[in-house]
Design a protein around this ligand. Structure first.
Ligand code: DAH
Length: 511
């Protein structure tokens, strides 16, 4: 491909131009200096010039050599074999035994010294007697190859491998194998202009500053007409940007909140640490109910007990449990124990928020709440010990079970799901139902929550005279389906990859 000069970026032109005056083969640092460019800009321009076959980048690997701590010690004190050799020359010959006994060296250094002197053909050992060889004589006043490099390095501190003489290269191998060097690999570059690049230079390269933006001044002065604009390259690689965003589970919670607000519900809250009274007793759940067992509920050591609401309410709840109060029901027929009701628990459902709300607010009301609930579940792909529920009530004199079904159908429809209802049982509702939604991809239905009309045994102690339609729905399972994940734990793992690629969930419009 032939390039026209005006297709080049100004930096590419500047780099090419440098070859005109400095020669055909250049170090990038030299170009940077000459053209007053950043070295990074030179290298990136060189990269694109290379892809256009106008420049060739030669990469050369070199090693910067230094002594490590041990190497430095030997450079200063002398190698163990040198010190041993000097000693041996004095003694002419010595028995191995005596060497260890008499010489001033440490045992370790003697061993190293003997090893290397043998390798360097400087000693022989006959019948336990050490002798310096003839061959070694030339090393009496001459350095071994490794000693030469050791001395050079002591003097210069660091040396490029490429600058070593043949001798020193041998020394390098020895010192490297003895582990006395600190070696750093470095890549250096040389840029060479290609024949095509030269041709382009011959045609003449004009360096005109290109405008990357048009300023107010340019427009006012009319300069914009004369400016040279660099064409946009829409194929250029760009770095991916990951904007900060809310967690997808938060988005879904927000979406649910908006739906209930749009349907005329008002939001309420309640505490996470709740008394068994509000979590169970006020909901006509008998005190020996299986859900209260330790394996299902988290009981707390601290606080030891919870305060209960006013005595009248507590008494009414007790009566209802024991014999049905004035509801006409028989109650559960057991002795209600206030100390059980005072136990603090991590709420196991958000239904306790509805009970509290009904005690404090008079119908007609439409209320929803969203919150975390806690159950002693073993963690699996579809179970968590801590999850979210959305709870709601409609309390009014004419509300019916059909209104409840219609409301839930409408809610799920707004979220994009089709819902169906199955008969169910909860101690606090009659009629009761469980909602299931349809998963078209799986071709099956899954259960998402419960609903029903609060029983008189719940309403009477709270002083509510109208019917109350109530529901409590799980959120995490909905989120799993909406986000297309098959492991609920994904929602609580900070898997940044997954979070990044997850699109922002579009909020629903308030109607
Ligand atoms: N509390 C129930 C649960 O956690 C769900 C539920 C059922 C809530 C019926 C209600 C209701 O308000 O009326 O499984």
């Amino acid at each position: 491909m032939v390039y026209k000069t005006d297709e080049l970026h100004i930096y590419e032109k500047k780099v090419l131009k440098a070859f005109e005056s400095l020669g055909f083969s250049l170090k990038p640092e030299k170009i940077a200096k000459k053209q007053k460019m950043d070295i990074k800009a030179v290298m990136s321009a060189a990269g694109s010039l290379e892809s256009k076959n106008l420049v060739k980048i030669h990469r050369k690997t070199d090693y910067l050599i230094r002594l490590n701590d041990e190497g430095l010690k030997y450079a200063k004190e002398g190698l163990p074999e040198r010190r041993l050799l000097n000693y041996l020359l004095e003694k002419k010959s010595i028995k191995m035994k005596d060497l260890f006994r008499e010489s001033p060296f440490e045992k370790k250094d003697i061993n190293i010294g003997i090893g290397w002197l043998k390798k360097k053909n400087c000693i022989k050992i006959k019948k336990g007697v050490l002798e310096v060889t003839k061959k070694c004589e030339k090393f009496i006043d001459k350095d071994f190859e490794d000693e030469k490099l050791l001395k050079e390095l002591l003097k210069k501190e660091e040396i490029w491998y490429s600058s070593l003489t043949k001798d020193l290269k041998k020394g390098y191998e020895l010192l490297k194998n003895r582990g006395l060097l600190d070696i750093k690999e470095k890549t250096t570059h040389v840029l060479e202009i290609t024949e095509e690049g030269k041709k382009l230079l011959d045609e003449g390269l004009e360096i005109i500053e290109e405008a990357t933006q048009v300023t107010h001044e340019d427009l006012k002065s009319g300069r914009w007409k004369r400016l040279k604009y660099r064409p946009y390259d829409i194929f250029v690689e760009y770095p991916k940007i990951y904007p900060g965003k809310t967690h997808p589970l938060r988005d879904i919670i927000e979406e649910i909140r908006k739906i209930f607000i749009s349907m005329g519900f008002k939001e309420s809250r309640g505490p996470i640490v709740e008394s068994a009274f509000w979590n169970f007793d006020s909901l006509f759940q008998p005190q020996d109910h299986a859900a209260r067992e330790m394996q299902d509920t988290f009981y707390l050591k601290n606080p030891k007990i919870c305060d209960l609401p006013d005595e009248k309410l507590v008494k009414k709840v007790k009566d209802v449990h024991e014999h049905g109060g004035s509801t006409g029901s028989e109650g559960w027929g057991y002795k209600w124990d206030i100390s059980i009701a005072k136990k603090p628990v991590l709420r196991t459902h958000t239904t306790c928020i509805s009970a509290r709300f009904l005690f404090e607010n008079k119908p007609p009301v439409k209320m929803f709440s969203i919150g975390r609930v806690f159950r002693r579940e073993t963690i699996t792909y579809k179970h968590l010990p801590e999850f979210h529920q959305v709870e709601g009530i409609i309390a009014s004199k004419d509300v019916t079970f059909r209104d409840l079904l219609g409301t839930l159908r409408e809610f799920y429809k707004k979220l994009g799901f089709e819902v169906r209802f199955r008969p169910a049982y909860f101690p606090y509702t009659y009629l009761s139902t469980e909602c299931e939604i349809y998963l078209p991809e799986k071709g099956s239905w899954i259960e998402l929550g419960g609903a029903g009309m609060f029983r008189p045994e719940v309403l009477e102690p709270l002083g509510i005279k109208t019917p109350v339609a109530a529901f409590g729905l799980g959120i995490e399972r909905l989120a799993m389906i909406k986000l297309g994940i098959d492991d609920i734990r994904m929602l609580y793992r900070s898997n940044i990859e997954w979070l990044r690629k997850n699109p922002l969930v579009k909020g629903i419009k308030l109607s």
